[in-house]
Design a protein around this ligand. Structure first.
Ligand code: HEM
Length: 457
């Protein structure tokens, strides 16, 4: 919109000049304070846009205050902080039904993570590739019967069945419609309440949804604990580590974090491919070449798809920021972080900073592809080393995403198989796509379901 461009054009030099003058004379202001009220007045409720804009304005300062939080936008400072600190901000997840799980507790996290580490190892996730392929095949069978598919719904069913099979050792039968209540409850909590703000977290509907998720977690845990098997499943490990109640809290986290994250990445990528048929054809050709090998061995890497997914996680970082809190004061080269301050390492902005990325706003599927000639490779290596340090969709340090290897294998297997089987095209229901933020859980969602036309190949 024209007025937004005019407003930002006029405001940017003023904010930079004012911040530079203050930083020179008053050490306290080395971290500039963004005029929150003014920006909200000008740009209304476009919070993600405001923060992206502020990243651009204050990039040279490395950080900025917005409200009561400090947003860190310098990648080197971010890495230092993320590796040094392991506690989420004061209010991170404070009103979430997940606040009793390991994600809400600095103290619980290392103990539980240690107990479950073997389950989430890269090699174990790759070993589970064939089990994931089975679920993806079932998904494709279901899709075959439809001409137009709600990709969000079917991806969530698929992701739930994969989490059920691979992590819990339980067939959840979400693709058979057996988890419709759970799915609706998850969407009520994560999308309707936290991301879209359509209902209050005090409403009856919200409480009912929380009860449904609690009941499902309890049922799954009971089923998994009664199961006889030589290998111990994740629920059994969680139970050994903390007893029934704690295991239930953590299982709820794995149910939600394990399914909703990958399930909202797939629709965005398929939407992008439906919008770019020639890219879709290229990836289909690669899928045809790799589908057999990957169905046998999930560690096989299809280079074009891998680069495309990395780019997806750059442009559409599902977690727009990583939450941390300082305990004591932290002195850095450029500024000092006060004790007890709430930090947001703003990956959404860092992944879009023109100082780091060429053409940062553009979705470039080949960005992470390795070049073929030696000279190109050398140049690219230097640039990529720099960029790879700033690419952190799964966070970093001791609190890095537990499920990152599961997510990678699942995305690889699912996308290769679905692109081998189908062509996706845009339909009127999803002409365009925007994003909304669930600030409580630090997650970005597509603002509506992605509905696509699907043709079998
Ligand atoms: C595309 C998929 C995914 C993305 C982009 C993603 C991203 C993230 C990020 C940014 C964090 C915070 C890391 C930090 O604070 O440094 C996180 C934490 C976490 N993720 Fe994921 N995630 C994904 C998939 C998954 C899956 C599939 C699971 C489980 C099966 C999972 C389980 C968790 C858990 C348990 C934590 C909390 C770790 C802790 O607090 O110690 N995630 N994830």
């Amino acid at each position: 919109m024209v007025w937004i461009s005019v407003a930002t054009y006029c405001l940017t030099p003023l904010l930079r000049l004012w911040s530079t003058v203050l930083a020179i004379f008053i050490p306290k202001y080395r971290i500039p304070k963004a005029p929150e009220r003014l920006l909200q007045f000008i740009f209304a409720d476009k919070s993600l846009f405001i923060l992206e804009y502020l990243t651009d304005v204050y990039f040279q300062f490395g950080a900025f205050w917005y409200g009561k939080k400090i947003y860190i936008v310098d990648p080197r400072v971010s890495m230092k902080i993320i590796n040094k600190l392991d506690k989420g901000a004061h209010d991170y997840l404070s009103s979430s039904p997940l606040n009793t799980s390991l994600i809400g507790h600095k103290e619980k996290s290392p103990k539980v993570r240690h107990a479950i580490a073997s389950t989430f190892r890269k090699s174990n996730m790759e070993h589970n590739g064939p089990a994931m392929v089975e679920v993806v095949r079932k998904t494709a069978e279901k899709m075959k019967k439809m001409k137009v598919v709600n990709i969000n719904d079917i991806s969530l069913e698929m992701a739930l069945d994969i989490v059920g099979k691979v992590l819990f050792g339980v067939d959840l039968k979400a693709l058979d419609g057996c988890q419709d209540d759970l799915m609706q409850a998850m969407m009520t909590i994560l999308h309707r309440a936290y991301a879209l703000g359509e209902i209050s977290t005090n409403s009856k509907e919200f409480h009912k949804a929380v009860e449904t998720v609690d009941k499902s977690s309890k049922d799954i845990l009971t089923k998994a604990l009664n199961r006889q098997s030589e290998e111990r499943s994740l629920p059994q490990l969680l139970h050994e580590a903390g007893g029934f109640e704690e295991a239930m809290d953590n299982l709820k986290l794995f149910l939600m974090a394990g399914s909703e994250t990958t399930a909202s990445s797939i629709p965005v990528l398929l939407y992008l491919l439906a919008s770019d048929p020639s890219l879709q054809r290229e990836l289909q050709a690669e899928a045809d070449e790799f589908v057999y090998a990957i169905s046998k061995d999930a560690s096989v890497v299809p280079p074009k798809l891998e680069s495309t997914v990395k780019e997806l996680l750059r442009t559409y970082a599902i977690a727009p920021f990583i939450s941390r809190q300082t305990e004591g004061e932290i002195a850095l080269d450029a500024f000092t972080l006060p004790p007890q301050s709430d930090l947001r390492i703003f990956t959404w902005g860092i992944h879009r900073a023109p100082e780091i990325w060429n053409d940062p706003k553009k979705f470039c599927p080949d960005r992470f592809l390795t070049s073929t000639t030696k000279q190109q490779q050398q140049q690219q290596q230097q640039q990529q080393q720099q960029q790879h340090k700033t690419w952190m969709p799964f966070g970093a340090g001791s609190r890095i995403c537990v499920g990152q290897h599961l997510a990678w294998v699942e995305l690889r297997v699912a996308l290769i198989y679905l692109l081998h089987k189908f062509t996706f095209r845009k339909v009127a229901q999803t002409e365009s796509l925007d994003f909304c933020v669930d600030w409580e859980h630090a997650v970005v969602h597509p603002d509506r379901d992605v509905v696509l036309g699907v043709t079998e190949r």
